[in-house]
Design a protein around this ligand. Structure first.
Ligand code: COA
Ligand code: AMP
Length: 631
């Protein structure tokens, strides 16, 4: 079947389409239904099916005689280690870690928070949770203690697994003090932690609560895979929404396994024995889907890279890994290539490496700007540069060029066409479908395909209200864009207050909550403005309380420090401007999108509901003075 037939079948006969894909994974018990709705009207895939995610990722390959094939390559230029693990080794290790978790009282449905750097223990802990039916909630290592505390309180874990430190370029980042502080701030009581003591730094342990990974594992006995229901949760992954409180995206086991297994071949063109590398972080959805689960489901070798695109040791780092491990498909965020391009504009370092195994270059996580696309195209001749668009919520690509089905012509700036099961529409504010070349809200007609999220942890109301309420029956992606005459999608950016900083999804509300906490600040707006390196960076606009006298630079420094401590350095919050007033509607809503477009030099319409249109000009003047306006 070509792409058009494949896609059509997925819409006209979704059950038939996904039944075929479901047959490719090993079930302990086949599903009773492929697709149906529960009593609340929620669509569910593969009800009644029994399976185990770790079994699909590991054991099935060993049982099929592929135990000696490479499952994981850990490549860590920051520590100088390269370590390879076969499927048999990873299975045995996972079974032991699962046993260790069981010893700490973790059972099916219990949560385990994982706050760890990019080390093999992280992957194994995720798989060990899956092995015993426990639900993992991985927290990206770049988040500060209060963000970790929020996630601990939301997930209420029995155990937190962490490490003594991470390594960022040549800097050792102690994790344990952050973990201790988060546990102290959280209301939920964490009974046990397990800490990987890394050679770079030894963490102080709290007797009775903290267990050292090495001795804990030594005492553990391996345990078998626990069959779970297809509808049981596999993991929670917190992501930024429009408010300061992160949303715990919940993925179920059945749909996840079927969709990711399918996507490896159909989307990425890889199969058993191929080497696949997603240079992301396990703390993000890309890491979950395509460092850990997807490649292992399909029997590929996955690369776990603890390094950066540059300075580890140079801007040739990616080319070195691609060549050394013979990677066939590579996936990374455009921001990483912008970092390389800045340091090695001619891409001279690539010449030292043999990239003959590389067949596909995928990018996602943020808009692929034309300059980066053309730079990649000219420096990777003959290799398709494939932009694909997806979200934490969907777990795999919504729009992509399906090289394993039928490679389609690439149009710069577009992630091509919808993947199977995604019935896209572009809506105006009233829910009227817009024709070609007209920009609006990108929505997806329900049901979403397998692998997409099924609820928000502990807050199903938020799931309904945030995603399904505005246009009933349609999932609101939060992104705006249009389709051209050939149906190719162009994603123009978020329509809400979510921003994307160096491939990291953040909420401006999250940062605003911190800024507003400063005693001098009466009110504030944080917006994400265009940035040549990081895609977007947040900038704060603040109005001071009456009578406050404070040096603006001192205030800015204090706010920058507060955001680093409470959200994390990854927020890249560096600028805060004091202004006289903020543009608002008469009902008091701050016009953040108007501010952003004005600063980025985009066309914008001032809503008729604005309180005082003069504020926009006033603000523009101020931004020009401060050099904040982009164009
Ligand atoms: N743990 C602790 N701190 C972290 C961290 C982590 N995992 N990741 C980033 N940070 C810190 C950085 O050290 C830096 O701190 P500093 O301000 O004290 O220097 C800060 O957060 C900002 O980081 P970042 O914006 O990432 O800048 P950088 O210079 O460290 O790296 C890139 C730039 C482009 C190399 C990096 O942003 C990158 O690789 N991005 C891709 C992200 C990605 O893959 N996202 C997944 C989407 S698919
Ligand atoms: P995350 O949930 O962290 O994966 O971030 C999802 C958001 O990143 C999307 O809603 C988009 O705004 C943005 N995004 C991801 N991939 C792309 C892409 N290929 N093009 C444009 N934006 C993207």
């Amino acid at each position: 079947m070509n792409y058009a037939e494949t896609y059509q079948k997925s819409l006209t006969d979704p059950e038939g389409f996904w039944r075929e894909q479901a047959a490719l994974i090993p079930w302990f018990e086949a599903p009773e239904a492929i697709l149906d709705q529960d009593e609340t009207g929620l669509w569910r895939w593969f009800r009644g099916g029994k399976l185990n995610t770790a079994y699909i990722a590991l054991d099935q390959h060993v049982l099929a005689g592929r135990g000696e094939s490479l499952a994981l390559i850990y490549d860590s230029p920051v520590t100088g280690v390269i370590q390879k693990y076969t499927y048999a080794e990873l299975t045995q290790w996972t079974a032991r870690v699962a046993g260790g978790l069981t010893d700490l009282g973790v059972g099916k449905g219990d949560r385990v928070v994982i706050y760890m750097p990019m080390i093999p223990e992280t992957v194994v802990t995720m798989l060990a949770c899956a092995r015993i039916g426990a639900v993992h909630a991985v927290v990206f290592g770049g988040f500060a203690a209060p963000e970790l505390a929020l996630r601990i309180d939301d997930a209420k874990p029995k155990v937190v697994v962490s490490a003594s430190c991470g390594v960022e370029f040549d800097r050792v980042i102690p994790y344990k003090p952050l973990l201790d502080s988060a546990i102290a701030q959280a209301s939920h009581r964490v009974e046990h932690t397990v800490i990987v003591q890394r050679p770079q730094l030894k963490a102080e342990m709290i007797q009775g609560r903290d267990h050292s990974w090495a001795s804990w594992l030594e005492a553990a006995a391996p345990v078998d895979c626990v069959p779970v229901d297809a509808l049981d949760p596999l993991y929670i992954l917190h992501t930024s929404g429009t408010t300061g409180k992160p949303k715990g995206v919940v993925r179920d086991c059945g749909g996840h396994a079927v969709a990711l297994n399918y996507s490896m071949q159909a989307v990425y063109g890889v199969d058993v024995g191929d080497v696949y590398w997603a240079a992301s972080d396990v703390g993000w959805v890309v890491g979950h889907s395509y460092i850990v689960y997807g490649p292992l489901f399909r029997g590929c070798t996955t690369v776990l890279y603890e390094g950066k695109p540059v300075r580890t040791p140079d801007a040739g780092a990616f080319w070195r890994v691609l060549a050394e491990h013979r990677v066939k498909t590579f996936f990374v965020a455009p921001t990483a290539f912008r970092a390389i391009k800045k340091e090695d504009p001619e891409c001279a370092l690539k010449a030292q490496y043999d990239l003959s195994h590389l067949q596909y270059q995928f990018v996602a996580g943020e808009r692929l700007d034309p300059a980066t696309y053309h730079w990649l195209k000219s420096n990777l001749p003959g290799i398709p540069i494939i932009d694909h668009w997806w979200q934490t919520e969907t777990g795999w690509s919504i729009c992509t060029n399906m090289v394993g089905v039928e490679p389609l012509p690439i149009k710069a700036g577009s992630p091509t066409l919808p993947a199977p099961g995604y019935d896209l529409r572009i809506f105006d504010e009233d829910g009227v479908a817009l024709g070609a070349n007209t920009e609006g809200a990108i929505v997806i007609k329900g049901p979403l395909p397998p692998g997409a999220f099924v609820t928000i942890w502990g807050d199903h109301k938020r799931f309904t209200e945030s995603y399904w309420q505005q246009y009933p029956g349609f999932y609101l992606t939060g992104d705006g864009g249009y389709r051209d005459d050939d149906g190719y999608l162009y994603v123009m950016g978020r329509m809400d207050d979510v921003i994307n900083v160096a491939g990291h999804r953040l909420s401006t509300g999250q940062i605003e909550a911190v800024v507003a906490d400063h005693q001098a600040v009466a009110e504030c707006a944080v917006i994400g403005i265009e940035d040549a390196d990081r895609g977007q960076v947040p900038v704060g606009f603040l109005v001071l309380k009456d009578g406050i006298q404070i040096d603006p630079l001192t205030l800015q420094q204090a706010l920058v420090q507060m955001v680093r401590e409470r959200v994390g350095a990854i927020a890249n919050f560096k600028r805060a401007l004091v202004v006289q007033r903020l543009p608002k509607t008469r009902s008091g809503k701050i016009l953040r999108q108007v501010m952003r477009k004005m600063i980025d030099g985009e066309v914008f319409t001032v809503p008729s509901t604005i309180d005082d249109p003069a504020i926009i000009d006033e603000l523009r003047e101020r931004c020009l003075q401060e050099g904040v306006v982009n164009k």
